[in-house]
Design a protein around this ligand. Sequence first.
Ligand code: NDP
Length: 333
Amino acid sequence: TKTILLDSRPQGTPTEDNFKFIEQDLPSLQEGEVLLKSLYISVDPYMRGRMSAAKSYAPPYEVGQPFKGGVVAEVVESKNNTLPQGAVVVGILPWQQYIVHNGKGLNQVNPQVAPLSYHLGILGMPGLTAYFGLLRIGQPKEGETVVVSGAAGAVGTVVGQIAKLKGCRVVGIAGSDEKIAYLKNELGFDEGINYKSTANLQEAVAQACPDGVDVYFDNVGGEISDAVLLSMNKFARIAICGQIAFYNNTHPATWLRVEPLLLRSSALMKGFIVGDYAAEFGTAARELADWVKEGKLQYQETVKEGFEKLPETFLGLFKGENTGKLLVKIADR
Ligand code: NDP
């Protein structure tokens, strides 16, 4: 089966040279094992961290070993009583077309609930990240102003829509006019800022948020965050979800010291990893699924086709090539 390995650790922005394709034979199935066929493979920004040797919340990938991440797969052969042939599962799996697996840690999904790929997005890790970061840390209240950066991506699109459901004024920051138009026209955001074409971000945020910022959901960090934090209201809440502006940096970044601002506004800033809320994933995923079914949450994906597209698709995350969840379709069910 085709497999993608980490060939070398990137210095700065990763390139296709950091990935290696190999063909490998699969072992025959033992009692308790299943043969999985990958259907959809997710590419996510946190994988950049795992390509480095530095300590982070997820352990580094080993050089010479397969990439791993969120995969939706079909059981095509089974010697496992709980995972019959034809079952569909989602799990953290290697980047392979076919996988022999002992079934542990895989979650079976019901194909009736939603399109299968949704389990890598709005009903999976990114959707849960938006849900817990916004509702638990942001605690948005009706009439408040919520700003989200990385607004047109997998997490950001869900954050903004949940904030609208909670009755907030929502401002999204993203990297193109098309993305801003999408946020406003399709998702109901009140305002949008294209950070790439805005000369003075601080002024743009102040203009888009005439009543100041009560909640900031930060997906990117850096200068964008500096601009938002300067508009914080008293008792603002800031959820630190991602810092993609720094993932490819080779030098420590210099940015605003936030302590004086936090002090001045009695604001609360909190980092989080979606796994912090693992005990409540089931309830949250059901609520998200209901909102999708009721048409309260819109969902968009950018889907590339073919296993060999995985490296270039992943690299596209750092160029803003996606609107909504970015993933690769590997095979039909
Ligand atoms: P996205 O779908 O948002 O894709 C990444 C987007 O980031 C790109 O489309 C691009 O959009 C933007 N971007 C890329 N480089 C930069 C930059 N230098 N400055 C500003 N924006 C940039 O990814 P996700 O929704 O999956 O993830 C969003 C963030 O949330 C990431 O930082 C990720 O690491 C984090 N995350 C954290 C989790 C947690 O548990 N804490 C879980 C899941 C995700 P644009 O056109 O706007 O530039």
